[in-house]
Design a protein. Structure first.
Length: 133
């Protein structure tokens, strides 16, 4: 939606149709919110913020890739082929464990020998911090 606004789209109905499926507001509410004054200075600030968001996302991804590369160098405490990783907690989607398109849960298990994410409230990022302490 932001890309469309920056590209010059001002039709509230067309913009509302670009809303993410997770947005709970009705199309009519979104359309009303998108009607207004698209002043040049506001569009400039939006453009800069959007570009910075993309830059930060790229940098975060680079950090995630570096973390995975460094974790791969850590010693193996358990061979997941011989002792498979226990099943994921019920209701936890695999996507929540992906860092730089790699399942960090598997890497943590190989490195620690236990599945810290089996503890309620502990995700892969928290488990990585706990293990380093």
């Amino acid at each position: 939606m932001i890309e469309a606004i920056l590209a010059g789209q001002r039709d509230a109905e067309k913009l509302a149709n670009l809303a993410d499926r997770r947005v709970r507001a009705s199309k009519a509410t979104i359309q009303r919110a998108l009607k207004g004054d698209y002043r040049a200075e506001h569009l400039f600030v939006l453009k800069v913020a959007f570009e910075l968001h993309g830059t930060y996302e790229k940098k975060i991804h680079e950090c995630d890739e570096q973390i995975i590369a460094e974790m791969a160098k850590l010693p193996t405490r358990v061979d997941p082929k011989q002792t498979p990783l226990p099943p994921r907690k019920p209701g936890r989607a695999r996507i929540h464990d992906l860092i730089a398109r790699k399942d960090l849960r598997e890497e943590l298990y190989r490195w620690t020998g236990v599945d810290l994410t089996a503890i309620e409230g502990i995700g892969v990022l928290t488990a990585a911090v706990i293990e380093r302490i």
